[in-house]
Design a protein around this ligand. Sequence first.
Ligand SMILES: C[S@@+](CC[C@H](N)C(=O)[O-])C[C@H]1O[C@@H](n2cnc3c(N)ncnc32)[C@H](O)[C@@H]1O
Length: 272
Amino acid sequence: MTIKEGLSWARAQLQEACERPAFEAELLLAYHLGKDRMYLLTHDLDSFADVDAFKKLIQRRAADEPYEYIVGSASFYDIHLGVEEGVLIPRPETEILIDLVAEIIEKENITRIAEIGVGSGAISIVLARKFPLLHIIATDICDTPLKVAGKNIETFGLSQQIELRKSNLIDEVPEELELVVSNPPYIAEDFLLESNVIDYEPKEALFGGRVGDELLKQIIVDVKERGIRYLACEMGYDQKEPLQEFVNQIGVEYIRFYKDMAQFDRGFIIKF
Ligand SMILES: C[S@@+](CC[C@H](N)C(=O)[O-])C[C@H]1O[C@@H](n2cnc3c(N)ncnc32)[C@H](O)[C@@H]1O
């Protein structure tokens, strides 16, 4: 099979599963060959090896498996992170949370923070790279994220700055902290998700409880009770009102909500 024929076959297979079947066919063939996409254009009449293995990659994608799990890597902020099933694929909207936290760290000269729900390590790794004096204790309740984050932290040489800890929220983090950041699970239990998410991504990373904001509220309470000054979290597009009411009841210095690129409410910063 030539590269041109392979791409044409793959495009047809990916028609239903992908918004951009031609693009993903090229990405997966380039990945299979260990080359870049330009190579495909300049060698389109060449035959390529191990066609069966390539077809298996395409069949996985046609069955809605996310591209990132197939290639074992996700692009996030200015880096690529190793990912595998059992770990949430980092989302572009989480980059906004990082920029807002970075502003606070810079303004307040913060050096000790915790992240709840480290996943692939996306938030902690980007923050540690931005602030070489920052020390982060990053928790997760599941083993696979702790393993994958550990590998990513090592890849970026950040083991001195980021300490991983298996913990429910910050229960196992007694150290003094100035800020907590989290992109916790915040989706309601009965929310209908697309097949590429619900069939492949870990439930522990998605669902925050029956209503969805239960874990967020617990994080707010825990951080306030511990006397930590700042909390920055991502949240669901429909959670601004209930969270505003909740913090009105418990009392905070301020809560500032922020929106994502699509102008949906997407998170908040609390100063206690
Ligand atoms: C939405 S993912 C976020 C992953 C990563 N921080 C990111 O932004 O890509 C939420 C993470 O929180 C973890 N998690 C869920 N419940 C938790 C809990 N009670 N305590 C600590 N981590 C928890 C999940 O295992 C998952 O890795």
